[in-house]
Write a protein that binds this ligand. Structure first.
Ligand SMILES: NC(=O)c1ccc[n+]([C@@H]2O[C@H](COP(=O)([O-])OP(=O)(O)OC[C@H]3O[C@@H](n4cnc5c(N)ncnc54)[C@H](OP(=O)(O)O)[C@@H]3O)[C@@H](O)[C@H]2O)c1
Length: 318
């Protein structure tokens, strides 16, 4: 019997496993196999997005596992995201419907707005609309209007929960003041270099979970990056706990109260990233991990960063 990730209770009383499988760049056969393997290992939370163009593979892998009798639909928690070109309220339901069709799982457990900044809609194929100079074309649609259209998806039963991604604290506050359905999570970049303690606390006080993307900070062993993973302090921790650096990083995030969604298509790493429920970092070691917080971002959204957009989320502290 596989060990399962403990579940957290969301503000709408539904439950979500406290660790999931990321799937950005998990594509084709390889992606499908990774998801099936993850189900066998015990993963029950899967994170995809319309933008990743792999919803069909994620859905197929899960449907196959359901057909095999390994899991039931209600045992898996599937997250996907509304892409930035689909922020116009009238485009939200058709976009959601497309994701539902791609996944083929009947409903979506959690539908997130991928970013508060809208991109200009050209057509269904153009997900990164650029002008002749290569500048990404943005739109000024208010994310509140988009969010209100997402609330209708819950009411219609297309999705069970809604949430946001890459929102800062002020943007979350604005959603809370103006909307009927609370977001259940804010999915943001979060790893030991950007531990998001303030945003986690802010969300917690409002009964919102923070989902941690890039939780293992995309390790690059040949360049020894991120440096925290390959330094002496981490080496001591790996020896002390008999765990790898990525496992220590994931455990740290879980103890901070975040929900990490590490991505891997490599069976040994998929397994490694899930073996984080049989140890606990001491308070002193949590403090050692805190020291790695440099604020460095792996995903700085360079294509929009310089454009001075009023909803660009990363210009304030958190
Ligand atoms: N909302 C957003 O805007 C947003 C942005 C970025 C990501 N996300 C979500 O968050 C998920 C995770 O983020 P991410 O994929 O960017 O980064 P990540 O999970 O931190 O890192 C993934 C990379 O690290 C490797 N890796 C995974 N586990 C490892 C381990 N134990 N040891 C060594 N290397 C390991 C993977 O390689 P292999 O696959 O080759 O094993 C892959 O190259 C994404 O897949 C996506 O679902 C959301």
């Amino acid at each position: 019997m596989p060990v399962f990730a403990p579940k957290v209770k969301l503000n709408n009383s539904l439950e979500m496993p406290c660790l999931g499988l990321g799937t950005y760049q998990s594509e084709h056969d390889e992606g499908e196999k990774a998801i099936k393997y993850a189900v066998d290992i015990g993963y029950r939370h899967f994170d995809t997005a319309f933008f990743y163009q792999n919803e069909a593979e994620v859905g197929k892998a899960l449907r196959d596992k359901i057909a095999e009798g390994v899991v039931k639909r209600e045992d898996v928690f599937v997250v996907t995201k509304l892409w930035n070109v689909h922020h116009a309220p009238e485009l939200v339901e058709p976009a959601c419907q497309k994701s539902l069709d791609n996944l083929g799982l009947g409903y979506i457990d959690l539908y997130l707005m991928h970013l508060p900044v809208a991109y200009k809609y050209i057509d269904e194929k153009n997900l990164l609309p650029k002008n002749e100079e290569g500048v990404l074309q943005l739109d000024d649609i208010d994310y509140l209007d988009t969010y209100k259209a997402m609330e209708k998806l819950v009411k219609k039963g297309l999705v069970k929960s809604i949430g946001v991604s890459n929102f800062n604290s002020e943007q979350i506050e604005r959603v809370l003041k103006n909307c009927e359905i609370k977001p259940v999570t804010n999915q943001v970049e979060c790893h030991p270099m950007l531990n998001q303690k303030k945003l986690i606390q802010f969300c917690k006080e409002r009964d919102i979970f923070l989902t941690a993307y890039c939780p293992v900070a995309r390790p690059n062993p040949s360049e020894k990056k991120p440096t925290f993973l390959y330094g002496e302090e981490m080496e001591k921790l790996t020896k002390k706990y008999n765990k790898t650096g990525p496992q220590i990083a994931l455990r740290y995030l879980i103890q901070l109260g975040a929900i990490p969604i590490p991505k891997s298509i490599t069976p040994s790493r998929i397994k490694e990233n899930f073996e984080v429920f049989d140890f606990e970092l001491s308070a002193e070691d949590m403090q050692i991990m805190d020291k790695f917080n440099t604020g460095e971002r792996i995903v700085p959204f360079l294509l929009i960063k310089g454009q001075n957009h009023k909803y660009f989320p990363f210009n304030i502290e958190f």
